[in-house]
Write a new protein. Structure first.
Length: 147
């Protein structure tokens, strides 16, 4: 007998798991899991918005890192990191918390932390590849005379 999509349990991610994903992979990784929650809640529009916001968040962090990282005190960098981790965790609690509890009570499964770590590490690698390639391109452009 074939499995259908309705046979598979709904998987949701807790606020703490989203915060952990943000710690490992930044806003993009966390927004991926927020989007998965919205898909489980059948809110595709919000899922797409969360991914776009995650991309923008990563862009902003990369831009800030390239422009100001050496000028900022390390405690400020730590503060920014902790701030977005806490913000994303609280976002899930406030805007998805009750609905996720309902889904879990009705048979949904909590996502595997190991799977979360592996996916987050993938985003971490992607994030760093984008950052390193951007830095290398910027160095190349600065060394090249345009005219």
């Amino acid at each position: 007998m074939e499995k259908t999509a309705s046979d598979e349990p709904i998987v949701v991610w807790s606020a703490y798991q989203v915060g952990f994903a943000a710690f490992i992979s930044g806003p993009l990784g966390a927004s991926f899991f927020i989007a998965r929650n919205y898909k489980a809640l059948q809110n595709i529009k919000a899922a797409n918005k969360s991914l776009i916001i995650g991309l923008l968040g990563n862009f902003v962090l990369l831009t800030l890192a390239f422009l100001f990282f050496e000028k900022w005190d390390r405690s400020l960098v730590f503060g920014i990191t902790v701030s977005y981790i806490l913000f994303l965790s609280e976002f899930v609690k406030k805007f998805q918390g009750n609905e996720l509890k309902e889904l879990l009570a009705n048979g949904a499964k909590k996502g595997s932390t190991l799977k979360l770590i592996l996916i987050s590490l993938g985003f971490f690698v992607l994030y760093n590849l984008i950052g390193i390639s951007t830095l290398l391109l910027a160095e190349y452009w600065l060394e090249t005379q345009l005219l």
